[in-house]
Write a protein that binds this ligand. Sequence first.
Ligand code: UD1
Length: 366
Amino acid sequence: MKTIDLIVGARPNFMKIASLYQAVSDNKLYGREYKFRLIHTGQHYDDSMSKTFFEDLKIPIPDFNFGVGSGSHADQTSKIMKAYENLLDNFISDLCIVVGDVNSTLACSIVAKKKNIPVAHVEAGLRSHDWAMPEEINRVVTDSISDYFFTTSVNAMNNLINNGIQKDSIFFVGNTMIDTLRHNLDNFVKPTFFDELSLKPDGYFLLTLHRPGNVDEEQELITLLNSICQQCKDLPIIFPIHPRTHKILQNLDVKFENLNFVPSQSYLEFMFLLSNCFAIITDSGGITEESTILGVPCLTIRDNTERPETIDIGTNILIGTDPEKFEKHFNRLFNNQWNKGNIPEKWDGKAGLRIIRALEQEILRC
Ligand code: UD1
């Protein structure tokens, strides 16, 4: 029996791994010759950032949890590397599957590769070309040592080919995060505050902010939030607050009109909020994909994206990071001129299944 390690660490990893588990349980052929070993690095550890996702998405309890927690990039990455190396010293694996672009992705791919274990990267080939993003470094390093590449888009596939990756190691499978969204469309959960705040479908903005470039400087964050409040006119803004952003704001004595701070939401509650909002304002990458599928206008507070299809095909627009330049985008939104959007190729809910088939028919046969 071959052992396949699945690595998760931070919130955006959980939806991607859930799709693989779903595909495994849907595909009866699988599971006899191979065994999955779920490894949680513990990069995210709050119940609201981790445990609720396992419960909502029915992901099994991890076989190992390294519990590394927070720290500087080097601290977090090195703790994960040591813990995974120690595990592999005692129990070797035949394949290491990493997802996305977080520090856990980088750390485990390096360790596996140095142990001569093949590495497969789910969501390979994304490039923002923005070296100020730690995620870009994680993507480029992980892709430079991976053996197999599962891509979400034609753009990502082309990025890999342009980087000299052999075509027969690239599998354009679609988007596992979208698999999970499609699978849960009927399961969204209305948060208790929805009625308490008298929110109505299409009657509020949803806001998420967590990128260091947007939240780490107090004064810039205040200016950004004030500008968002002003642009959203009288509509309430629901702001599920990320721990990083919370740490900055909790010490500040400022009030923002229309802004309703709520805790980080579970997956099913967040998807309820996203599917019912008038528009989402965000600096997340994953949310630009989810809003594309849900047909929700997405205003991204970034100057670049590693997911250009969410703009070319979907409902996303980069409104930049300079609040002085937000107005024209909000005007377009309020004037009902937002792009209605289409669905990118292969974002059909079957990416997990395609990955399992590729593993079975091509990768694990080698
Ligand atoms: C990480 C990922 C980012 C992803 C984001 C989603 C990297 C480099 N970044 O960023 O790509 O979009 O997750 O959330 O891997 N914290 C808590 N509780 C938690 C988790 C974090 O309080 O459960 C606090 C930490 O103490 C830290 C801050 O939040 O102060 C940031 O956490 P960290 O995991 O370092 O990075 P994120 O900003 O969450």
